[in-house]
Each structure stands twice: as structure tokens, then as C-alpha cells.
Design a protein around this ligand. Structure first.
Ligand code: BTN
Length: 247
């Protein structure tokens, strides 16, 4: 039986599906796998306090609630990897395109961002207690005014997709990878994540402490830190606030 999507809440207008999920968790315990899907989000949240905008009715904007019982805070990046891999797989299977994952969890097609993930976790005791997996996938949007790096599956793949089919595929793949994760087969998720990692092994420019430097992405550590090798040969690791990949 599929857990993810067994309880699907459809909203017409909401500030943010992540906020809606957080409010729901405040006053109740919705079934694990509850999905909140919005036709229109007027206060969509992106990473690092950014705003997430999406044309109403053209894209998928949704949040999924899970209770990842055995995941310790230092392993919370596993959830991010799982969501990124499920989303990337959804795109590849439905469109025949080849998506890539830009660390930590942006999904790119042809170097353009078609999807983003915002995960909000809470803890109780040793383990995470709840995780809200917020996902924005640009499906049928045609214009991204002022966002030269953003795109959609329609623009990249050349055809419109049925949003319901995309939703169904994503939820079933997320369910699959969630089972893989809770059964402890993280290696499978890990290998897809590293294989799809954007610019891995390629010389790239980065902004580090306000200075432009070049280096090569070697991989991502289990805790989610990015490993970069510098021309002198040393490898350092960074979190999201410390380094920015220029592309
Ligand atoms: C990012 O790449 O910056 C993350 C974007 C996450 C957007 C999704 S849309 C559904 C969910 N609700 C939100 O307010 N944000 C996430």
C-alpha cells in the first residue's frame, strides 16, 4: 500500500503549502504521507528566505508530511537526497529528458532550474519527528520573466504534460524511495544522487568568502556538505551558506 499521497488535500489558494502543513501538524497528527497540493500559492517560500513563484494551475506546488522515525538530525540530508532523486526520476521517466541535481537539491534540465525543494524538519529527542517536504515543479509554465535560469518541463521537453499524471508519478516514486530509505538501503539513493550531481568532476567557478575561486566538485558528504578540490590539490567541504556555485 502506498503511504505517500494516501491523504491528499487540494487547496485553491494558500500562502504556502509548507506553512499549511506546519499549521496542520501544530494542532493534529495527519496521517503519514499527507500531501497538500495548491492550485495557487501567493506566499511560496524558497530556500534561504527566497520567494517561490509559480503560475497558478500550470505547475505542481505541494508539500508532503512524513514521520521519519529512525532518522537522527545529523542524517537529515537523507530526506533531501531522497526527495531530489524521486523528483529527478519523475522528470526523466515522464519526459525522456535527463535531469541533474544541483547541490543540495535543485533539479536542473539543460542547465536550467525546473524544480526546487524546501524541507522543514522538526525534532523530538534523538530523532526527527516530522518532515515537511515542499516541492515546486515547473511543468507547463511558458514564461519566466526576470528569471533567466528558470524553466519548465514544457519549455525543455516541448510538450505539455497532464499535471495529474505528473503528480501521480512523483508520489509513487517518492513512496518507493521512502521505503528504500526506511528499509536502510540508502546506498541506492546515494548512488543515484552522486551520479546525477551537476558539475561533478568538472572544473567550475565558485564564490567563497566573496572571492571567485575555481575548483572541482568531488561529491557530497553524508551530512550534506559539498566537497570541492582546489587547484593546489586540497579538498575542503562546505555547507550551503559558505559557497555558491557559479553556472
Ligand atoms: C527552492 O528551490 O528555493 C525551494 C523551492 C520550494 C518551493 C515549494 S512549492 C511548495 C512548497 N511550499 C512552499 O512555500 N515552498 C515549497
Amino acid at each position: 500500500m502506498q503511504i505517500i499521497g494516501n491523504n491528499l488535500i487540494r487547496l485553491q489558494d494558500v500562502d504556502s503549502t509548507n506553512n499549511y502543513a506546519a499549521n496542520l501538524l501544530n494542532g493534529s497528527e495527519p496521517p503519514e504521507g499527507t500531501v497538500i497540493l495548491a492550485y495557487n500559492q501567493f506566499g511560496g517560500k524558497g530556500q534561504r528566505g527566497a520567494v517561490w513563484t509559480a503560475e497558478p494551475g500550470a505547475n505542481l506546488t505541494l508539500s508532503i508530511i512524513i514521520y521519519p522515525k529512525k532518522i537522527e538530525p545529523q542524517h537529515q540530508f537523507d530526506i533531501s537526497k531522497m526527495a531530489a532523486v524521486a523528483l529527478a526520476d519523475t522528470i526523466d521517466e515522464l519526459t525522456g529528458l535527463t535531469s541533474q541535481i544541483k547541490w543540495p537539491n535543485d533539479i536542473l534540465v539543460n542547465g536550467k532550474k525546473v524544480a526546487g525543494i524546501l524541507i522543514e524538519n522538526s525534532m523530538s529527542g534523538r530523532y526527527l519527528s516530522t518532515s515537511i517536504i515542499g516541492t515546486g515543479l515547473n511543468v507547463n509554465q511558458r514564461n519566466f520573466e526576470g528569471l533567466p535560469r528558470a524553466s519548465s518541463l514544457l519549455i525543455e521537453g516541448g510538450r505539455e504534460l497532464d499535471l495529474e499524471k505528473v503528480l501521480e508519478k512523483f508520489l509513487s516514486l517518492l513512496d518507493y524511495y521512502y521505503m528504500v530509505l526506511i528499509r536502510g538501503n540508502l546506498a541506492k539513493i546515494e548512488s543515484i544522487y552522486q551520479e546525477k550531481l551537476f558539475r561533478k568532476g568538472v572544473r567550475s567557478n565558485f564564490i567563497l568568502e566573496n572571492v571567485e575561486v575555481n575548483g572541482v566538485i568531488k561529491g557530497v558528504q553524508k551530512n550534506g556538505r559539498l566537497e570541492v578540490e582546489f587547484p593546489a590539490g586540497h579538498v575542503l567541504d562546505f555547507d550551503l551558506k559558505e559557497i555558491e556555485l557559479l553556472y
